[in-house]
Design a binder for this molecule. Sequence first.
Ligand code: NAD
Ligand code: UFG
Length: 339
Amino acid sequence: MTDTSVLVTGGAGYIGSHTCVELLNAGYRVTVIDNLSNSSKRSLERVEQITGKAVEFIEADILDAELLVGLMKKNAFGGVIHFAGLKAVGESAQHPLKYYDNNVTGSLRLLQAMQETGHKRLIFSSSATVYGLPKALPLTEDHQTNPINPYGRTKLVVEDMLRDLMASDPAWSVAILRYFNPVGAHKSGLIGEDPNDTPNNLMPYVSQVAVGRREKLTVHGDDFETPDGTGVRDYIHVVDLARGHVRALEALFKRTGCLTLNLGTGRGYSVMEMREAFEKASGRDVPFVVGPRRAGDVATSYADCTRSAEELNWRAQHTIEEMCADTWRWQSMNKTGFD
Ligand code: NAD
Ligand code: UFG
């Protein structure tokens, strides 16, 4: 058991709250900084309920440089896990400067505060979106990076910033984790994904249809070059993803330098397969219509997870049935999310 304290930016959000649970269960102390722009404080109350442990919560923006420096002067964090960011691909095309400010300037402020206060261990939430259009599958970490939307470019800028920083100071210890498609929820049904507006992503939409909040799913295209014509993605249970962060942190305690790792399952499922699995898990119908393709969507994306298995001794464990069952438990216990 450890007594190390970890700073989690964006810890009230979907992946952050699940990671807080796994950190607390592993014996870490957790401080969360979150401006609640896309989350609710209740998620952290639920984290405390699940784990029986306290979370220190600071409602603040990572753009607040003075606050960050003050916080890091007062506390010696064993590591920083940086989830805070905006993540809607469509919105990033409409409001690119908002995305560059929040995701890039926010990360820059965080890194400056870390450097000033001697904190040099960081895990950064990157995304499979940095790869852009797959040239070869499965996607390995060495695949070229060529994001096709502003959101993805903000992630790549921060990755580059981290690589430059590490080249200048080998004492830094950084994991860049590229997530594939996180879905599911904690087994308790107490925390899960709670989108503010109409969900952009498949599984929150499907679960809101199943629970009766929305009429039907629109399948964005059924003429892709995939077995059933619908898009194929590498869906990963959020608890597996959260555990990947704990493993990455443990790895960073033993080394310096940069680890860039895919976190996925290594296997793809189509929109139709996910819809059908969800119907089975929930016992509810998920009616659908087929619409046109969504701009920027690729036919197929899935990860090669060899490197994360080797470096972290980590593998995703949950099945698609568990992903759907756990999403449904969260959605049916919390029909309108945390509100
Ligand atoms: P989320 O929106 O649920 O969580 C992000 C959290 O950060 C929210 O609680 C939000 O309030 C907070 N936040 C945003 N800007 C902030 C700021 N300036 N200061 C303080 N807090 C701020 O999203 P998530 O799905 O949990 O994603 C977490 C991270 O993982 C993000 O960086 C996201 O880009 C990345 N990611 C997510 C996915 C996905 O599909 N969910 C895929 C790849 C990468
Ligand atoms: N889809 C539908 N209908 C919907 C929503 C999605 O048919 O209402 C389809 C999409 O066309 C795609 C699949 O479901 O084929 C998955 O779509 P998501 O929006 O759930 O996920 P994406 O793979 O498009 O993108 C997500 C995140 C990105 C992240 C990327 C890789 O939104 O931020 O995964 O991690 F970068």
